[in-house]
Design a protein around this ligand. Sequence first.
Ligand code: CP
Ligand code: NVA
Length: 300
Amino acid sequence: MKHLLKLADLSSEEILSVLNLADQLKYERKNHVEHPYLKGKQLGMIFQKSSTRTRVSFEVGMNELGGNALFLSGSDLQLGRGEPIKDTARVLSRYLDGIMIRTYKQSDVEELAEYGSIPVINGLTDHCHPCQVLADLMTIREYKGSFRGLKLCFIGDGNNMANSLIVGGIKTGMEVAIACPEGYRPDGEICAWAERNGKLLVTDDIAAAAKDADVVYTDVWASMGQESEKAVREKAFCGYCVDGRVMALAKADAMVLHCLPAHRGEEIAEDVFEAHAQEIFDEAENRLHAQKAVLVKLLK
Ligand code: CP
Ligand code: NVA
């Protein structure tokens, strides 16, 4: 593993190896065992979009690993005034040991990795959110014991989360079902890849997707950068709320996950969210452990 640009670049073995290390780091933290694997290392964190979990977990994670993290707001960097990504990459490579970037275009993340000489981590683009899905997989395995025979159902927008969940789900051997309205399907190339490599259903039939699901996942209908489409999207996604009706179709012991932030009453009903808050906040906590594992794999 040289970078984490998207989950598709990782083999199933590499994904499992990150998850195993994340479990170990979680165990050590719980037992107050220090693990300064990245002593003296510097991580730059470029944010061109907002963040609570990604920012805090990367920053705390670097500190707990004995290193340091620098928050670099996209609007404060010269990047925000038009300095090219490829120049930013070469400059930052002279100071830092790794870069985490949250931005819009996946191609910007790829360019940063191409021109820089240090590991690059994708902290979310419009295309995918690999760090989140590593934490999601960790949480699923924690609750279910293994991935074998599980059905992962995602209800909502075929967005960055759906794209990464399809790849992560298929690579760990789960069956994946996506329920979304026509016009809001996940990436076509990812779907084609998934169909060749595992079991994927993409449908506008919520009942078919949710039926006998072990994991029900949802995310906002309007992602960061799509704020102006909010009203149109609310109309398009009418009926795509994870509520009691959806949960009645899933297995009785189905878990519910949400990458957060959540919009109660839109993509998820308040009662479903609160009934599954334990899983959802374990999932949020696991961002820290999964990210630390990625950092150790790439920066050590
Ligand atoms: N789930 C997630 O990436 O959260 P933030 O946007 O708060 O980082
Ligand atoms: N799809 C959401 C995920 C936030 C973590 C977004 O891109 O805004």
